[in-house]
Design a protein around this ligand. Structure first.
Ligand code: HEC
Length: 232
């Protein structure tokens, strides 16, 4: 059973609603608002035109920007230190941490480590062995004991990459030790090619200490790019 009183109210409400919508639709767009919108769009367009660099992807290539378009200057080579840092971050930082401090009791520090700096009985040959094949069992670093396992990296990283990482950890975070050359890493890899298991501190201690000869300097970009003297 429907209530006639209630039906008429809801009908009236519906009519009111239709009226309201119709009046809103009739409202003219404010001219001044249209003007403001157009001005904002125009200024936005001007800004993009002035700052987009022609919408070319190469504007964010800092090498090209510093060299200048058409100046003939070669693109600067990638910074070797940044490459070494990236290799360290990708392969070692998960355990030894970005700041080289390791995690107390679990992952030993590389900062100030006699293993890294080649102090006491530790030679560069021991350091390369640790990275190539890993390290396991009880060790001491700066007087603190660890007893864990480090995975081998010889199958993953090339001689050049290991040399870059070791050179990086020996000169970062206040560490100061000479670089390790690619040739030295290759030499140790050859000497230990039959080795499968991770090393122990006890085993390494019995191997006489060796030091990496300084890397052969690569030709620097300035010598490559030097203009030849004018003829005559
Ligand atoms: C999965 C974790 C892990 C990763 C990744 C790792 N290490 Fe280690 N590293 C260890 C552990 C654990 C030890 C100690 C092993 C032990 O207790 O016998 C160690 C020991 C060392 C040591 C000798 C001790 C010291 O603190 O100086 C050096 C050097 C070293 N790692 C360098 C590296 C380098 C370089 C990389 C990257 C290529 C790397 N590690 C990647 C876990 C790791």
């Amino acid at each position: 059973m429907s209530d006639p009183q209630r039906d008429s109210t809801s009908l009236q409400e519906a009519i009111d609603l239709v009226e309201l919508h119709a009046s809103a639709a009739r409202e003219p767009v404010k001219l001044w608002l249209l003007g403001v919108i157009m001005a904002v769009m125009f200024l936005g367009g001007m800004f993009l035109w002035a700052n987009s660099g022609g919408f070319s992807a190469s504007v964010y290539d800092t090498g090209r920007v510093t060299a200048g378009k058409g100046s003939g200057a070669p693109t600067p080579p990638p910074n070797p230190r940044m490459i070494s840092r990236r290799l360290y971050m990708q392969n070692c930082a998960v355990c030894h941490q970005a700041d080289g401090m390791g995690i107390p009791g679990t992952y030993p520090p590389l900062v100030g480590s006699e293993w890294v700096l080649g102090q006491e009985w530790h030679g560069d040959n021991h350091l390369v062995r640790v990275v190539l094949h890993g390290l396991q069992g009880p060790i001491t670093v700066e007087g603190r004991s660890f007893n864990n396992v480090m995975t081998p990296w010889g199958g993953v990283l090339k001689d050049e990459q290991i040399a870059a990482i070791l050179t990086y950890i020996r000169s970062e975070w206040g560490n100061s030790a000479p670089p390790v050359s690619k040739a030295f890493v290759a030499q140790v890899r050859e000497e230990t090619k039959d080795r499968k298991a991770a090393w122990t501190q006890k085993e390494l201690q019995e191997i006489p200490r060796q030091v990496s000869p300084p890397p052969v300097p690569e030709p620097t970009p300035s010598t490559v790019a030097a203009p030849s003297p004018p003829a005559g």
